[in-house]
Structures are given as structure tokens and as C-alpha cells.
Design a protein. Sequence first.
Length: 543
Amino acid sequence: MPSYTREDLIQLAGAKSYHRGVGYVSRVRGVTVAGNTVRGIVSGTDLYRVELTPRRRGLEWDCDCPWAEDGNFCKHCVALGLVHLDMTAQGTVLPQAPDVRAYLGSLDGTALVDLVLEAAEALPELRQRLELRATLAGGGAADGAGRAMVDGALRLGDFAGYEEARGYAERVHGVAGELERLLEAGAAGEAERLARHAVGVLDEHAGMVDDSAGYLGGAGARLVEAHVAACTVAGPDPLVLAGWLLDLQLDGSGCPELLLEAYADVLGEEGLERYRQDLFEGGLGDAARGWAVGFLRSEYARVAGDTDLLVRVYASGEHVHYTGIVAVLEEDGRSGEALEWAERGLRESGTHPDGRLLDHVVRAYREAGRSEELRALRWEVFERSPTPHTYRALREDSPRDAWPAVREQALALLRRAAARRRAAHFPCTLVEVLLDEGDAEEVWEAAVEHGCDDGQWLRVAALREEGHPEDAVGVYLPRVEAKVGLTDTRLYPEAARLARRVHELYGRLGRADEARAFVAGLRAGHRRKRRFLAELDRVGLRA
């Protein structure tokens, strides 16, 4: 009997995945049990093998879909769980899963060999792997059979769609596994040559795979790890290895990902020096390779631990990477130089300063007690980019006694900018900063004079309600009609809430007749919109 319930499935999957799983119940096939584990196949984008095992600490699960492999209780697990619960409730006796291991153990050697050969005839990849192992067992060189195995597994004749990507990634894992076996068998040189060939083939064909689910990332990483491990033992020519690595980094597809850091130890000083020469002195800075060259140079500098070189790399090119320079100098304990670069970056950053550089300079000025320079910086940034955020920052770093004068100067700048606005119904920075300060009179005057967007108008009206409810009614009324008139039912709840505000404000003004007439007119004018009328009922504006 299952020791879990539907509620357990809902809790594990969440409502969304649970309801999707309900729709997959009809796709569950081949349900069997093995001990305390129930197994089944669920058809979706692919055929997924699913297992559920109740434990004292909860329900364990396994599914080979991408969502479950990320640690989630997927819709396929839900579907199998529901089928299992239903079959058990009906008294259905679930078939026991056959013990394949016991069956294979019962076969004599000849029958077992025949069975493996039969499978190899149907699976060319398996045959090639067996041929590689047979070659090694016979004392032969693995290169020829190994290349055939790699090519058979990884070369593609046509595009592999989303449904085939997982299978292709499994073939990559299979190749990596054979390379690991070669290395364990003491054939390090052959493993290194074969791994280098496999990396090249994968790089060539990865672009022919729809890897939307991300299967190839882990498979490719395992292949690279196998190559690095083989290099560690075999010790290939570091100059040749350096050239191969850089060529593939510059002109390859990016899958598998090849990072200098992974190969640094096996390249050694000689290989790293050749890599550096080719990368920095080999005339690689053409436009097509520009970004890749810059990235690889920065990675080399990091691996070499050369801060000055990394700064030069970040400072070269069309766009100086100021934030990177500041970060690496700060990390190296060179705070003074980091501040100089951050200040330079701010000067050259145009209308909108980089927030990370600004934060760095502000923090440095505060720690050094450079208050006057900090206030000057805040004003300069506000003047270049007058936004609510820079206004608040200006206020934060202005002394309390100096703020009134600074505020008037800042508001004067915002008023000039507001007067130049071409579209009065767009958001207004002046209105926004006054809303932030909560001065109902000032913000009302600014909104009336310069205009603002609907969201700001509603907030202005909310402030205006206390002292001038009739002004607030004048803001709310047209917006109620506008929201209902758009016939977008998602706007009806907000329109109803605004209508209630109008009704309440009429009451505060002592105009009860107008309040009743307003509700009656609203209901009569939109009598065909039943969902809107229901929203009016919900907020208490009944007929």
C-alpha cells in the first residue's frame, strides 16, 4: 500500500505542476513495483522513466526529465503517483518488475555473449565501444578503434531536435566514460589523443543540437575533465597543447567550454608562455575576434595573477571596463588607484553615471571624511541625471541645515526640466520627488502646471483628499470612466475601487444626492458589463 496521499503529491509538486500532472495520467504506461519502489514510463516530449519510493522521511523520486533533474518533483512523478494511488484503491495487483540482474546471472557464458552481440547489432555505438575494449584487451593500440567509437557517437548527419538532445548528451557521457576507462587501464597517451579528438568533434557538432534544456553543458564538462586528467598523466607537448587550446577557444563553437584555468597546470610555464605570446603578440585583434580575444586576455591575466596586465586589458579597446578595473584593484589592496579609476570612469560616463562606480566613490569619500567632495559629487550627478534616485541621494548627503537651500536649487532645476516636457501625460520627475516628500500643496501645484501620468495623478489625488476632497473627485471621476471604457475586464476591480473613493468623498462633502446619482449613473451606463457590476457590488456600491 502507498504510504503517501494526493495531498503529499500536491505539497511536493506545487499546485501548478500537480495540475499539469493530472493531465498526464493517461500517458502513464508499464507500471510495476520492485520492493517498495513503483516504476513507470510517462510519455511527454520524450519517454521518461519515473520511480517513486516512499521512505520514513518522505517520498523519494527519480525522473529523467530536465525539471526533475534540477531537483523538482515534476508532473511525470505526479502522474505516476496518481495512477499508483488509483490502482491501489481499486485493488489492482501491480506486476513485479523483472529482476534483470538475476536473469543475466543465470545465463551461461555463450548465451550472455550472444545476447550482448545481439544488442550490439542493434546499437552501433555499443558495438564500437565493445570493439575499443576488445582492441585494448588484445594489446592493440586504441587510436583507430577509439576514433571510430568517438565519430560514431558524436558525429551527426542532420540536426538533432529538442527530443534528441538528451540522447546525444548521453552519448557524450558514454565517450567520456570510455576515456576514463582508458586512463584507468594505463593508456594515458591514447586517452589524451582520443579525448582531444572527441573535444574537437563535439565542438564541431554541438551547434547542430537543440540543447534548450542544457544537457550538453554537463556532458561537455565531463569530456574536458577527462582530457585534462589524461594530460596530467600523459604530459603532451605543452606548445602543441597551447596552440590547440587557443585555436579552439577563438574559432570553436564554445561547446564544450574550454577555460585556461582548467589547463594551466598541464600547460606549465612553457605552455603558458606560448599561449601568452600567441594571445598577446599573434595579431589576433581583428573585429571578428575582438570580444573573444579580450575575454581570453583577461582570463590569462587572472590565471597569471598579474593585476597590472589585467588592468591594461580592461583599459584597452573601444570601451574601458572601469568597473572591472576598480574591482580588481580593490581586490589587490590598491584602493587609491581603484578610486582614481572610479573617478575617471564617472567623468567619462556621460549623462547616466555607472551606479557601481558611483557607489564606490561615495563609499570611499565617506570613509575618508571627504564631505565637501561627496556633496559636490552628488550635485554633479544629480545635475547630469536629475531623477528621483539622484534627488534622494543628494538629500541624504546634504547637511540638515544646508538642505533647504540645496532643495530649492534642485527643485528649480526639476521645474525647468518639467517645463520642457513635450508629453504632459508622461511621468514627471518633479511630481515624483514631491510625492516622495509628501507635500500635498506643492505636488498638486506641480501636477496641475506640468502634468504627469495616471499612476502619479492617483497618488497626487490621494494626498489631496484630506484638505481638498473635491479636487480629488475631479481626478478620480474621468479615470473611472476611462478604465471601464477600455472594456479590459482586468481593469474593472481598480475602476470599482476608484468609484468607491468618489462615493465616499461625495459623502464627506455632504453631497449624498450626488453620491447616489453617481452610482446609479455608473450602473446604468454600464449595465451590459456584468463583471463590472459585480465588482461594484463587491465594493458595496449596490443599486
